[in-house]
Write a protein that binds this ligand. Structure first.
Ligand code: NDP
Length: 480
């Protein structure tokens, strides 16, 4: 059985206390590797390595930092197949998805920020009447912490690490304990690319132990976190008295607003993806489908038929549309929501049952599920389920659509399907969300700000926003 180790100071090493955790293959429901159960001692070791490396890395020229990041991007591409297989086995996602989206995007993250940092200029202005000029210096912060979830493991891990490194920081990063494998492989890639030792340190282990030790470390000056809203609130409580910079990308319960005047076929295809890609385990999934009454029945029937045609299978099969959910506790949590649907006034229109796959009988498979709801305040509509489960309900007019769309504690993203420009603009302006897509879903341009409002988080990453987060601005005023 493969044992993976922490990557600290450019070397793979066992956790100091020699404690290990089991890592499961969700497609088979079996333990297939062991990972470090790191403690605060391991975080301290990583901190020392990162701190020692900071002076030299922050003084390294932009061009040299950029060149190293580009090499990492290239090596990720060269190792795409190995990484995609590792991701599919570790997470349960279809290999086709890991190969076409997750791993290419990890490479793109490094490539994008390698270029972005060379274009990241700061502002200057004259203070008129004072013969003075003001300009802004942007310094790297120091040692920063990056903590990422299990749903898009390498994609989100590198989304944080790449800008942090590009901006001249050194990093302690913790991937989710549930999906550590591609982060582990990234260490070797960084060494091969010539990233100096100690610049990136990858520590594995439990969130409440290893993750929390990063957040509580007094010298780790900024935390970029993506994960659940409850964890985000907990992290904020620990970080606030230490005056850390915080970026929190948290949960979502995103509306998918479908108007009768949309391009129906494109909407239907994309809605299938925005509902069930990655088994619905994407923070941007459109899990609340709201449909204009005049096309509600037509949509309902077509959507059910398309959903039933999705192929549930083991992640490495090339025909699989829906793989395994990430863990047994998560599978059971999602199933409980479905089982409670009746009591909540919901009606399961299709799916809702566990699935047994030949040769993978212990795997965590669940049918994609559509639940028709009538009460917009029920738990199915209000809480993030984070699985292959969507709710659908009709609306009468624009006002009602907007009211329903905004009637949750979250505000991450929204999709609007309409060919009416005025309507799309009105909706986009008034929707509570950090990201609004019109007639598309999850089209990500890395230059755009990414993040949510309300309980979906604080701060923005992406483009120059990420470089702003990972640098400390300093105003210099010179009178002449
Ligand atoms: P969690 O909040 O459980 O965990 C996220 C990460 O934080 C993991 O690495 C976890 O470690 C770690 N962690 C847990 N507790 C602590 C703690 N006390 N201190 C420090 N770190 C901790 O989320 P999930 O992994 O379950 O991910 C799913 C959630 O992520 C969903 O709510 C989803 O919406 C959200 N998400 C948000 C995105 C966004 O951009 N807004 C994008 C993707 C997902 P471990 O797993 O080892 O316990």
């Amino acid at each position: 059985m493969k044992k993976i180790e922490n990557y600290i100071d450019g070397k793979y090493i066992a956790p100091i206390k020699n404690n290990w955790l089991d890592n499961y293959n969700p497609a088979k429901g079996e333990v297939y590797s062991q990972i470090p159960d790191s403690s605060s001692e391991d975080i301290e070791l990583a901190y020392k390595a990162a701190s020692n490396a900071f002076l030299s890395w922050s003084a390294t020229s932009l061009q040299e930092r950029s060149t190293i990041l580009l090499k990492i991007a290239k090596l990720i591409k060269e190792n795409l197949e190995e990484l995609a297989i590792a991701e599919a086995i570790d997470n349960g996602k279809p290999l086709t998805l890991a190969r076409s989206v997750d791993i290419p995007r990890a490479s793109d993250n490094f490539q994008f920020f390698a270029h972005a940092i060379t274009q990241f200029a700061s502002e200057a202005h004259e203070s008129s009447g004072f013969n003075a000029i003001n300009f802004t210096l942007r310094h790297p912060i120091g040692v920063v912490g990056c903590i990422s979830p299990w749903n898009l493991p390498l994609y989100l891990f590198t989304w944080k690490i790449a800008p942090a490194l590009a901006a001249g920081n050194t990093v302690i990063a913790k991937p989710s304990e549930i999906t550590p494998m591609t982060a582990y492989l990234l260490g070797e890639i960084c060494t091969k690319a010539g990233l100096p030792k100690g610049v990136l340190n990858i520590v594995h282990g439990l969130g409440a132990k290893a993750g929390q030790a990063i957040v509580a470390h007094p010298q780790v000056k900024a935390i970029s976190f993506t994960g659940g809203t409850v964890t985000g609130a907990h992290i904020a409580k620990i970080a606030a008295p230490l005056f850390k910079k915080l970026s929190l990308e948290l949960g979502g319960k995103n509306p998918n607003l479908i108007f009768a005047d949309c391009d129906y076929d494109r909407m239907l295809e994309t809605t299938l993806k925005s509902s069930f890609s990655n088994q619905g385990q994407i923070c941007l999934c459109g899990s609340r489908i709201l449909v204009e009454k005049s096309i509600y029945e037509r949509f309902k029937n077509d959507f059910i038929a398309k959903t039933k045609a999705l192929k549930i299978g083991q992640p490495l099969d090339k025909d699989t549309n829906i793989g395994a959910l990430v863990s047994k506790p998560h599978l059971e949590k999602v199933k409980r929501y479905i089982d409670d649907a009746n009591a909540e006034g919901g009606k399961v229109l299709c799916g809702g049952e566990y699935v047994t796959i030949v040769d993978h009988k212990k795997g965590y498979y669940l049918q994609p599920t559509i639940i028709e709801v009538s009460d917009p305040r029920c738990r199915l509509v209000q809480e993030e389920i984070f699985g292959p489960v969507v709710t659908i309900m009709p609306f009468d007019n624009d006002e009602e659509a907007l009211e329903l769309a905004n009637d949750v504690r979250y505000g991450l993203s929204c999709t609007i399907w309409t060919n009416n420009l005025n309507r799309s603009m009105k909706m986009a302006k008034h929707i509570d969300a950090g990201i609004v897509w019109v007639n598309t879903w999850m089209m990500r341009d890395l230059r755009t700000p990414f993040g949510g409002i309300k309980d979906s988080g604080v701060g923005r990453e992406g483009g120059f926003e990420a470089l702003r987060f990972f640098t400390e601005p300093k105003n210099v005023c010179i009178q002449y």
